[in-house]
Design a protein around this ligand. Structure first.
Ligand SMILES: [Zn+2]
Length: 276
């Protein structure tokens, strides 16, 4: 088994003896940003050995598991990032570091946030403690158990022949267009969400949904489920306050779109590759 694939991550919430050694990776969040050192222009998480010299206060520390053979921890700290180190918002890591390190940093931030926001029971108000077996917080008074929360959402590229429907969110820069996306509501299937979101956002009916793939999207705790879907009817009517514009584009008339590191860019690129 050893050494493992350096990009493979094996999660584990129980720290094996001796795992907290100097070479362990420490994903340290201060004021919501990841503390990094810069290696050849690339932001990289620090090690336990680096952190040892930091003059900061540790607020929480969780064992995450192993990245290859390297133990990984998620920490929240308060204080000042020392000289020679930087702090980077998670979003700025996307595309600048390896995919596996980006997802690991996203995992770390979600665990840090979840732990911080589940110190007290939402039902009876008692203090919560870490669950003895699972990655969960539990209330010893009323037995409520809270796992790290994920919010599934759909993201869909609607196509009509060789045309792609892309929309511009009301809060985005002028020429930035992307696929449609939205959160799954309680009681809904993923497929129902695709039909509902497309209809709500642009007033169109779709058919032939094809599941494409998924992406962890830690802003703050989404899981994006990507689809391709075909146009089935209707005229574009943009949802007020949400969608500023939506149009059909071909590969020769593309606006600015997200990079392939985001599932939206990946959905678009795959469609173009399959329809040269
Ligand atoms: Zn309780």
């Amino acid at each position: 088994m050893w050494p493992r694939d350096p990009d493979e991550f094996i999660p584990n919430h129980v720290m094996p003896d001796g795992a907290d050694h100097d070479d362990a990776l420490y994903f340290v969040f201060m004021r919501g940003e990841l503390t990094c050192k810069t290696e050849q222009g690339v932001p990289t998480p620090i090690t336990a050995g680096d952190y040892r010299w930091f003059d900061v206060e540790t607020q929480s520390k969780q064992f995450l598991g192993h990245h290859g053979s390297v133990p990984c921890f998620a920490l929240k700290a308060t204080g000042t990032v020392p000289e020679g180190y930087t702090s980077v918002p998670l979003r700025a890591l996307l595309g600048r570091t390896t995919q596996s390190l980006f997802y690991l940093a996203g995992r770390a931030q979600q665990i840090v946030d979840w732990f911080e926001t589940h110190q007290f029971c939402g039902r009876c108000g008692s203090e919560m403690v870490l669950h003895p077996q699972d990655r969960a917080m539990t209330c010893e008074s009323c037995r409520l158990v809270n796992y790290p929360r994920l919010s599934p959402s759909i993201i869909v590229l609607v196509t009509r022949g060789e045309e792609m429907l892309l929309a511009r969110n009301a809060n985005w820069p002028a020429n930035m267009y992307s696929t449609l996306a939205g959160f799954v509501e309680a009681g809904e299937s993923i497929e129902q969400t695709v039909h509902r979101e497309v209809f709500e956002e642009v007033g169109l009916r779709v058919k032939n949904l094809r599941y494409f793939g998924s992406q962890s999207w830690p802003f703050p705790n989404s899981l994006m489920l990507g689809f391709h879907a075909e146009y089935d009817g209707g005229d574009i009517v943009c949802q007020a306050g949400e969608i500023a514009d939506a149009q059909w584009f071909t590969k020769d008339s593309m606006p600015q779109t997200p990079p392939k590191t985001a599932i939206s860019g990946w959905l678009i690129d795959e469609f173009i590759q399959a329809n040269p």
